[in-house]
Structure formats: structure tokens, C-alpha cells
Design a protein around this ligand. Structure first.
Ligand SMILES: [Ca+2]
Length: 294
């Protein structure tokens, strides 16, 4: 856990709807809610001078695959828990990281992270109680499930009949066909002054003006889809990927930035943005989307 973070090329993609795939574990179509991408050669990484963890920009081949149009929602995660009685790591540990600005003014004292005191260790915070025991999911059924570890995300993916995307798959999908652009829609953060994702506006970490319409999470499809039909690949919540942070480093990795990202701290709200986590990390800005072989 560090900082405010908890993070196409030729061949392109398509929005083919595949309705006759096997592997149905949840009583529905395994590829329902996913887009099938053709794969091909894609750009991964960047040469951003402030973010060496993304270096170098390079071309990678990805096989055809399917990936969620959106991050997994609270309603979807609730269905998984109801079907499997899965107990998340945050529930097992008894606490998770919550951004302090989302806690009520009268919230009891909490421990903070020394290097990032806006992250609070909140006992009783979990996917069903995003800001602690007094909170719930009312009105947030279509928001992304958060406070999920990679084990939790993988358990959901297996139950559902899929898996987590690899980093190259995630980035290929997130770019939406724009190989050289930092954002899923192009080169400008706010083209013509329009907000295209849920990030932070104002002064971090004290004042989020919510100029994009949201403080904290927003519905998973709140902003227009990219060229591959995916919503919110940048901003809103970081999304777990499969695989390790680096060669010989088993630390996990997530992608795409969150509602806490702001240029004054870091600029990881880009398609190449990535951050490392231990596999049992959980936080209120860390969710996931699923992928599948096709
Ligand atoms: Ca926002």
C-alpha cells in the first residue's frame, strides 16, 4: 500500500456477443457481460518520466480473450457470496483500508498508514461495509465491489467460470484501440473540459470537489465506454490482474487508477498505470473485472 494508490494495436477488438459457451458455474452465460477481443499485437507500458514502473513501452502479442465490460459490482459479488459462502480476506482479518475522507466526522479514532495517513485501518470494513460497520451498500449495488484481495477476486472468477486478466490483456482492452494514448479516449485528460472518468478534483487529500460527479466510487458504467466497449478502465477503482509485479517478484499488481488519483500526487489514472500489492491487500479503491479464454 503506498501513496494515494492502493493502479491497441493491430488486431483491435470487437463487441462480438458469444452466447453458446460452456463452463457455466453460476447458472448463466459464462460470457455474459464480457466483450470478446480479437487479440493481436498491442502496446504495453509507457515512457512516462515520472513512472519508471511502466517502462519500457513495448509491443506484446495477446491471444483472443474475453474481458468484462465493467468491473464486478456489489450486486454481482453479493450473488457470489450468497452462492458460495465465501469469506473475504478483509472479513478474516477484521479490517481493511478506507480513505479517511469518506469516514463520518464522528468516526472513532483509527490507525493510519505512516507514509499515507489518509489511509485508515477501519475495523469491520469489508466489501459489504465499505466505510466500516455503520456503512452498507444501499444505492451502491451497481458500484464496483471493493475491499477484495486477489484471492477473493480469483475465487469469484473461478466460480463464475473465468479468470483474472493478465496485465497485457487488461492494457490491450483498456486502451480501446488507441495504442499511443494515455487515456482510453485519447490524449487529453479533460477534452473540452469534459470529465471522462471518476478521479479526484481539488486538493489531495483534503478536498475532493467531486467535479466529475462523484466522490468515492461511482456506478461501473457511469462514464462512456472506450473503443472496445469497456467502461471505467481508468479511474473509479484499481483492478486486480493475474500475474506478478515483476520477474522474480511475486507481489501482485493492479491497474488503472482510482477515484483518489490526482496529478498533484501521481498520475496513475492512465491505461499504463500500475501499482504493486501483496496478494492479501484490501482497500476501498481496489476491485477487479474478470476475463475468460475464448
Ligand atoms: Ca471523482
Amino acid at each position: 500500500m503506498s501513496g494515494c494508490c492502493s493502479p491497441s494495436g493491430p488486431g483491435g477488438g470487437s463487441s462480438i456477443r458469444v452466447a453458446d459457451k460452456p463452463g457455466v458455474l453460476r447458472g448463466g452465460d459464462r460470457l455474459d457481460g464480457l466483450v470478446v477481443l480479437a487479440g493481436g499485437r498491442t502496446v504495453v507500458g509507457s515512457s512516462d518520466p515520472d513512472h519508471p514502473e511502466e517502462w519500457p513501452a513495448r509491443e506484446v502479442d495477446v491471444a483472443p480473450f474475453a474481458i468484462g465490460r465493467c468491473a464486478v459490482t456489489n450486486d454481482e459479488f453479493a450473488a457470489f457470496v450468497a452462492a458460495t459462502a465465501h469469506r473475504t480476506d478483509a472479513e478474516r482479518h477484521g479490517w481493511s483500508f478506507v480513505f479517511g475522507g469518506l469516514l463520518p466526522d464522528d468516526f472513532p479514532p483509527t490507525r493510519g498508514v505512516a507514509a499515507a495517513p489518509w489511509w485508515r485501518e477501519v475495523h469491520g470494513a469489508d466489501w459489504a461495509h465499505p466505510e466500516g460497520p455503520q456503512s452498507g451498500l444501499d444505492g451502491r449495488g451497481d458500484h464496483p465491489a471493493v475491499h477484495v484481495s486477489r484471492r477473493d477476486a480469483e475465487a469469484y472468477a473461478v466460480w463464475w467460470g473465468g479468470r483474472l486478466p493478465t496485465e497485457p490483456e487488461w492494457e490491450h482492452a483498456g486502451r480501446g484501440g488507441l495504442a499511443a494514448a494515455p487515456y482510453p479516449w485519447g490524449h487529453e485528460l479533460e477534452p473540452s473540459g469534459e470529465h471522462r472518468m471518476n478521479v479526484w478534483q481539488g486538493t489531495f487529500p483534503a478536498d475532493d470537489t467531486g467535479a466529475d460527479g462523484w466522490r468515492g466510487t461511482c456506478p461501473v458504467d457511469a462514464f462512456p465506454a472506450n473503443g472496445h466497449g469497456l467502461h471505467n478502465t481508468t479511474g473509479n477503482v484499481w483492478e486486480w490482474c493475474a500475474g506478478a509485479w515483476g520477474a522474480g517478484d511475486p507481489t501482485g499488481v493492479s491497474r488503472g487508477g482510482s477515484y483518489l488519483c490526482h496529478a498533484s500526487y501521481c498520475r496513475r489514472y492512465r491505461v499504463s498505470g500500475r501499482q504493486p500489492h501483496s496478494l492479501d491487500s484490501t482497500a476501498g479503491n481496489l476491485g477487479f473485472r474478470i476475463a475468460a479464454d475464448v
